[in-house]
Design a protein around this ligand. Sequence first.
Ligand code: FE2
Length: 234
Amino acid sequence: MPERITDFHAHILPGADHGSESLDTSLAQLRLLKNAGVTDAVATPHFYPERDSVSAFLKRREDAAALLSGALTRELPRVYVGAEVLVCPGMEKMEGLQSLCIRGTKVLLLEMPFTRWNERFYETVYNISRTGVNAVMAHINRYPERAAQRLVYDCGVSVQLNSECFASRRGKKLAMKWLDSGCVTAFGSDIHGSDKSAAASALRLSQITEKTGEAGKSVLRKSNALLTGAVPLK
Ligand SMILES: [Fe+2]
């Protein structure tokens, strides 16, 4: 078992987005992750560029992080602060984009909209990956395979797999294909709330790391490398 098991994608900051409505929920989420063996979690509240300004987002995230920080204990996973940034065309020119990276790093977690992407979306991801950030595409398992492969091979991102793909045989097959490609740099629970399905997402994360052998360990090592320079809360 690797020393650090990192959940790279978790909606665990109280009030920062719809992932957690309160400090109690955030602490319950962290306990679920802890029980699943997670040692490190990256808090990745949604950033929607059409609804939010970078400054308003950062203020909300800061307040949420301060609230959580005051309640963290040594038994809970270490928490890093990042964002899940929805790609919109032209975003590479957005002021403050770099401030959405995981704090202390140049790592930016991106997500694609669930609509058909035209060329401008691919261009934008390519351009973002050339601005000096290390772009990681969230839950690559959710996108059509061909389109997802273009993001990696044409646009230069690495990818994060959600633990949900290990819930079905088909999802597992897809996940193993991605793992074989060597492009996966992170696993994530993408935990929202603290109900049964959140618990299952957390638990699957530990199962992935157990069941994927060397490939899974290699992903965890890559995640840890991505967090170089990141300072956890508290
Ligand atoms: Fe997410």
